[in-house]
Write a protein that binds this ligand. Structure first.
Ligand code: HEC
Length: 153
């Protein structure tokens, strides 16, 4: 029995070592090609704290972001996050869903829950959250509030 557990652990360890050899994408941040006109420096500051790691080209990559399989999850989050909404490529053609940002935050969908334990700085007080929702709406518009208003009528 214990021999079996030893074998399983050895296999897990070997696999963990081997997956480190799979090359990941570079963590060099792409250039900033456009920025939105923030309604206030405070909105930008709160966004930087809570959202910018996945929604800008100014990602701060933590040391563990190079260790597989964590790196795979982090790389995916940043690339999918940037593809949907990127404040460093404001004005680019294609998808850039700023007008959904206020709604995502208001409904507690962003930042993703699994991001929070390792990023205490991203946690907003109720007052800060309210400030950021209003700032995002003022900067990008607020699609979900418009929709909810229509549904009330
Ligand atoms: C850990 C990375 C991460 C952080 C931090 C993060 N997001 Fe996201 N965000 C994503 C990913 C991944 C997606 C795409 C998948 C999804 O919609 O759930 C996304 C999607 C979005 C979208 C597009 C929604 C859509 O359906 O098109 C908006 C808008 C958004 N996030 C806003 C925010 C705001 C505002 C914050 C900060 C309060 C934030 N995000 C923080 C990773 C992140």
């Amino acid at each position: 029995m214990s021999m079996k557990i030893g074998k399983v652990l050895t296999v897990v360890l070997v696999v963990l070592i081997l997956i480190q050899l799979i090359p990941g994408p570079s963590h060099e941040n792409p250039p900033v090609t456009g920025t939105p006109k923030w309604d206030s420096p405070r909105t930008e500051e709160l966004f930087k704290r809570s959202c910018a790691n996945c929604h800008s080209n100014e990602t701060i990559w933590p040391w563990y972001s190079t260790i597989a399989p964590l790196s795979w999850i982090i790389n995916l989050d940043v690339s999918v996050g940037r593809s949907k909404f990127n404040v460093s490529e404001w004005g680019r053609p294609g998808k850039n869903d700023g007008d959904e940002a206020a709604g995502e935050l208001r409904h507690g969908k962003m930042p993703p829950w699994f991001y929070m334990p390792a990023h205490p700085e991203a946690k907003l007080t109720a007052a800060e959250k309210d400030e950021l929702v209003k700032g995002l709406a003022a900067t990008f518009g607020d699609k979900s509030a418009e929709k909810e208003k229509k549904e009330e009528k």
